[in-house]
Design a binder for this molecule. Structure first.
Ligand code: NAG
Ligand code: NAG
Ligand code: NAG
Ligand code: NAG
Ligand code: NAG
Ligand code: NAG
Ligand code: NAG
Length: 394
């Protein structure tokens, strides 16, 4: 006889009695087998630090709480043949030997939090994890995220997975933040359906496909990437700042539809970027325009309103660009409202130190007194903090 719905009182099987509600700690494969008649497990399930057995949570279709395995250096396999949903978190942390993660039915998890999995090279998630509110994968040896194909996510954080070179998802939107940093040496990141996001930080990628992106409500930043071109064919606005920092091979940025940047527009230390001619509709910058590098020609032909300062410093001769921008400066009533600096110099500097600004003196090429200052603050985990470039605001 098959029991379709079990109430806890009926789940008692011999002496290995296990109720279908938690919290429950598994210390052996027998403990896992003891709850296999629970189609829905109400509550949290954890695997004990000392467990060395392979754990198969077979039979269970849904866990209403979380599934947690932490600080275990003995177990090598975790699986669940029927589990399709975990209502709370799926946390795997510091599991030295875990090499098999087999969840062929898993589709929906509120929070995926995996960190410190030095033996986990691949996932076996055949149904495809498609619904996750927050996904964080750090310090694993995963070679791919095959089996994770989110359509919608609040937070996606994929950092320090040194063998991961392909990150492709069908994401339509990212409601809080997407961060990719310090993964493989040749990361091809592709989010071809992504239409809008709040904050996005992309670092150390070799290609990035954002062909559908139309709006970023927060900040959009590219740091230490390796590609020559970045293109945003459909992007119309960035709500906060737009950063291009330390992308050594970048020669071409194409953002033909961007009209407004709500914070700063920052291009710093992109060694090969000599020409900026891909922002032909950019009208309004809510913070500062802050460029330093090897520019020869900077064109922002539609620029009408810069609330902060304008700083363009280049090792190469940018005089003709400066001559175009200078007439736009001159204080409150002018298109460029903040301090204006535009010059050719051996040591191009950023002004993006977040300091509120002085009023403009009308566009003199005064030399910069602010220190060369890094815009990035690398945190312990490789997370990037960003200081908004809004110097010179009136
Ligand atoms: C977010 O993207 C998903 C998948 O494309 C879509 O179903 C959903 O309607 C989108 N939500 C918003 C608010 O755009
Ligand atoms: C987006 O990032 C900016 C700058 O780092 C931060 O100030 C802002 O709070 C973030 N917004 C969200 C919704 O996380
Ligand atoms: C770009 O935007 C247009 C107009 O909104 C839309 O028709 C087109 O499909 C978008 N392209 C991509 C690649 O999303
Ligand atoms: C971000 O902007 C898009 C397009 O303007 C909008 O559809 C979306 O609701 C906004 N998201 C948030 C979280 O404000
Ligand atoms: C990855 O990006 C970070 C932050 O932008 C940078 O500090 C680091 O040097 C980069 N690593 C490589 C290998 O490029
Ligand atoms: C600028 O980029 C070069 C080449 O990628 C790098 O060596 C240097 O450290 C960077 N400087 C700063 C201040 O980030
Ligand atoms: C820059 O990129 C755009 C879009 O990808 C492309 O159409 C254009 O030809 C490129 N320009 C150069 C000089 O490579």
């Amino acid at each position: 006889m098959t029991l379709r719905y079990l109430v806890p009182a009926l789940a008692v099987v011999g002496s290995a009695a296990a109720a279908c509600n938690g919290p429950y700690t598994i210390s052996s494969s027998a403990d896992a087998a003891a709850i296999s008649t629970c189609q829905t497990y109400s509550g949290d399930i954890a695997v004990a630090t000392g467990n060395a057995d392979d754990i198969a949570l077979n039979g269970i279709r849904r866990i209403t709480g979380s599934l947690t395995v932490k600080a275990n250096n003995k177990m090598s396999s975790l699986s669940a043949d029927s589990l399709s949903q975990i209502d709370d978190s799926f946390q795997l942390r510091d599991l030295q030997l875990l090499s098999t993660l087999n969840f062929p039915s898993l589709q929906s998890v509120n929070t995926v939090d995996w960190e410190g999995l030095p033996n986990l090279g691949a996932l076996s998630f055949t149904a495809g994890l498609s619904k996750v509110a927050s996904l964080s994968i750090q310090n694993t040896v995963l070679g791919s995220l095959d089996g994770v194909n989110l359509v919608e996510v609040d937070t996606l954080f994929v950092v320090n997975n040194f063998y991961l070179n392909h990150i492709t998802m069908q994401l339509g939107n990212v409601s809080t933040a997407l961060t990719l940093s310090a993964n493989g040496n040749d990361v091809q990141a592709s989010f071809p359906n992504l239409e809008w996001a709040t904050n996005m930080t992309l670092a150390n990628c070799s290609s990035i496909d954002l062909q559908s992106l139309s709006a970023v409500n927060g900040s959009l930043g590219f740091y230490s990437n390796y590609m020559q071109s970045l293109s945003f064919p459909n992007l119309t606005m960035v709500g906060q700042s737009f950063y291009f920092v330390d992308n050594p091979s970048l020669t071409n940025i194409s953002a033909p539809s961007v009209k407004t940047v709500g914070g700063g527009l920052v291009m710093s230390n992109n060694t090969d970027l000599q020409t900026v001619n891909g922002f032909n509709k950019l009208e309004s910058v809510g913070g500062a325009v802050d460029f330093n590098g090897n520019f020869k020609n900077v064109m922002l032909p539609a620029l009408q309103n810069v609330r902060g300062g304008f700083n363009l410093q280049s090792k190469q001769n940018v005089d003709s660009s400066c001559a175009r921008f200078k007439p736009l400066s001159g204080g409150r009533a002018s298109p460029i409202k903040g301090k204006f600096v535009c010059k050719t110099t051996a040591q191009p500097q950023s002004k993006g130190n977040g300091n509120g600004g002085s009023s403009t003196s009308g566009g003199s090429s005064s030399s910069s007194s602010s220190p060369a200052n890094p815009i990035l603050i690398s945190g312990a985990t490789g997370v990037l903090g960003v200081v908004a470039a809004i110097f010179g605001m009136l």
